[in-house]
Design a protein around this ligand. Structure first.
Ligand code: UDP
Ligand code: MG
Length: 240
């Protein structure tokens, strides 16, 4: 059993002005089915559109909405890292702000968490992205699993639930958001995978190109493998 007393949704935002009001309504509906104290922590990653104004309006209307706004765009990993540090809940729920993840999946992920896991990750069983993106992601997952000795179906799905104190101890670097299950397992996290809904992006644009993502992820993978082999892990048996 893993108990939950309060949850923090940590959601990175970069130029998502049209998605935010819809996202907020969907989250509010999903939270009606979750009997926990909740905060919705929106991390504005230096948006150049009106996202921050929309976030402030949402925060004015609902005390559960909190925000952090970066001075400049620093990337999705930086936004997650900042969100983890500032989250008040003992359990963190991460998701994208572009409506590709479905907040309606949150109650099921939390239920799996409570069965005795430290992390529950969504996998997009029926992914609504372009063919090129689906293929590169498939190849990426296969290479990543091979090198990091993992069997994770889909690390690219942002919809995840994780124990907050563990999330805060993850080694933080740009790109770490693509390796969260592996980085959590360094601390011995028990990880479960649950199939989740996925939807096409309707408003705004994807922030990543296929080639640059593949190249940086390859570099990060070597670092993650190194970390798996070199991570300091001990349990104190006795002390005075
Ligand atoms: N994002 C961010 N900073 C960035 C790039 C993306 O906070 O520099 C956010 C973005 O607003 C979205 C999520 O990260 O909520 C995933 O980005 P995107 O949808 O562009 O990625 P894709 O779904 O195409 O992989
Ligand atoms: Mg997206």
């Amino acid at each position: 059993m893993s108990t939950i007393s309060s949850i923090s949704l940590v959601i990175p935002v970069y130029n998502e002005e049209d998605n935010l009001p819809i996202l907020y309504r969907e989250i509010a509906t999903a939270l009606e089915r979750v009997e926990k104290t909740a905060e919705i922590l929106l991390v504005d990653d230096g948006s150049k559109d009106r996202s921050l104004d929309v976030i402030k309006a949402l925060a004015d209307g609902d005390a559960r909405v909190r925000f952090l706004a970066f001075a400049e765009n620093r990337g999705q990993s930086a936004a997650f890292a900042a969100g983890f540090q500032h989250a008040a809940g003992d359990v963190i729920v991460t998701m994208d702000s572009d409506l590709q993840n479905d907040p309606a999946d949150i109650p099921a992920l939390l239920a799996t968490y409570e069965q005795g896991h430290d992390m529950v990750i969504g996998w997009r069983a029926n992914r609504k992205d372009t063919w090129v993106k689906r293929m590169t992601s498939k190849i990426g997952n296969a290479i990543r699993n091979r090198i990091s000795r993992e069997t994770v179906k889909d690390t690219g799905c942002s919809l995840k639930v994780m124990r907050a104190d563990m999330a805060r101890r993850i080694p933080m670097f740009n790109g770490m958001h693509r390796f969260l299950p592996t980085l959590m397992k360094l601390q011995g996290a028990r990880v479960a995978e649950v199939a989740v809904n996925h939807r096409p992006r309707v408003h705004g644009r994807s922030k990543y190109g296929v080639l640059d993502r593949a190249m940086t992820t390859w570099y990060d993978l070597i670092a993650v493998r190194w970390m798996q082999l070199r991570y300091i892990d001990y349990r104190i048996k006795e002390k005075n």
